[in-house]
Design a protein around this ligand. Structure first.
Ligand code: PMP
Length: 385
């Protein structure tokens, strides 16, 4: 028994955490209503109350994705899980995917696809401009991919990829249209069905305003057909959308089939977050995010700071990237904003490290009050450098 470790003394201290203003690219702060819901006692993952919650969440997700897709559910994973689920389920080894890369997320998708033996072709855009229909058509013609991957809100650069018209084009080339909506859903318009998107996923912790840990995902009938026609099983059991669809009762099945133990607690939070969005209405939420972003951009301009993305059509309402002025140390800015104002501002990510600062106005933080706090946090900083 002498070899047993003793209980760590550190665990005898009381858990104490600060409250911070999360105005980076995510996670964002939860509302009081969402926080309250998390206090409910844990329930079993197949208890009737949890099954009812899953049905309610599914209806809420169909609303926020603007889809009638029956294969709509929430994965027990963060946004990366959603990305991995799309690629693992919709592509088989040896097939080709065309990835639009405007920042780190296209890069990650390409990495994941390579790991599952998929052949990757890339269209790379500048950080500050989106891919056009003409550019995509040339690549579709050349590479004949099974699927195209695009990111609506490239959170590493602040770039918005317009999506209208792409679904029809991609379908003309018999490919599936996969879109990452992690950093945009509910903050930017998104119409899964009318834009012809075949698979999309988001993260619970961004505009939705729930805790991290669930990744809402939806597959179109066309994507379902691809699942049925696979010659091999998806390499991930955990992310197998057919098994998950059975658990979420997506296929008209009588009863749910156990797949894994979903976190009831996270479902409570997501249910309440979706209820709040349903109450506000998607359109009102998009307008609120656009107004907050416009106020921030105006304030930045008045302080002599410039948006990294210059073309208004490509500027996001959710993640605002600011050109890092020459000679300014981004690490100091970020540290001081937190220390002096309790405000999170983020450095660049991946290809934009040292080039930008990033502000996220997501969910409950897309308000004029939070914008003014961010501006104050930025204002006091340069003079102290
Ligand atoms: N895609 C985009 C566009 C993102 O912004 C993020 C998170 N910043 C992810 C995917 C990955 O999500 P997560 O960190 O929740 O795994």
């Amino acid at each position: 028994l002498a070899t047993h470790r003793k209980p760590p003394a550190i665990l005898k201290t009381k858990l104490q955490l600060p409250v911070k203003i999360l105005t980076g690219p995510g996670p964002t702060n939860c509302s009081e209503r969402v926080l309250q819901s998390l206090k409910n006692q844990v329930l079993g993952h197949l208890h009737p109350e949890v099954c009812q919650l899953m049905d309610e969440i599914k209806a809420g997700l169909q609303y926020v994705f603007q889809t009638n897709n029956r294969l709509t559910l929430a994965l027990s994973a963060s946004g990366h899980g959603g990305m991995e689920a799309c690629l693992t389920n919709l592509l088989e080894p040896g097939e080709t995917i065309l990835v639009v890369k405007s920042g780190i997320w296209g890069e990650r998708a390409a990495d994941m696809a390579t790991r599952i033996g998929v052949h990757v072709e890339v269209i790379e855009t500048e950080h500050t401009s989106a891919v056009t229909l003409e550019q995509l058509e040339i690549a579709l013609h050349r590479h004949n991919p099974v699927a195209v991957f695009m990111v609506q809100a490239e959170s590493s650069t602040g770039l918005k990829q317009p999506l209208e018209g792409f679904g029809d084009l991609i379908h003309r080339y018999n490919a599936l249209f996969i879109v990452d909506t992690v950093a945009s859903l509910c903050g930017e318009p998104f119409f899964m069905d009318s834009w012809g998107v075949d698979a999309t996923y988001t993260g619970s912790q961004k505009v939705l305003g729930a805790p991290p840990g669930l990744s809402p995902i939806s597959f179109s009938p066309r994507a379902e057909t691809k699942l049925l026609q696979r010659k091999t099983k998806p390499s991930s059991y955990y992310l197998d959308m057919t098994l998950l669809g059975n658990y979420w009762k997506c296929f008209g099945n009588e009863s749910r089939v156990y797949h894994h133990t979903i976190s009831a607690t996270l479902l409570y939070g997501l249910r309440e977050a979706l209820a709040e969005i349903a109450e506000e209405g998607l359109r009102a939420s998009w307008i609120r995010h656009a107004s907050a972003a416009a106020r921030l951009r105006k304030g930045l301009e008045l302080r002599g700071l410039r948006s990294y993305v210059k073309i208004p059509q490509y500027q996001l309402s959710t993640i605002i990237s600011i050109e890092l002025p020459p000679g300014v140390d981004d690490t100091i800015i970020v540290q001081r904003a937190m220390k002096n104002c309790n405000v999170e501002i983020s450095r660049g990510l991946g290809p934009t490290v040292g080039k930008v600062l990033r502000v996220g106005l997501l969910g409950t933080n897309a308000t004029f009050g939070k914008v003014d706090l961010v501006l104050r946090a930025l204002e006091i900083l340069p003079s102290k450098l």
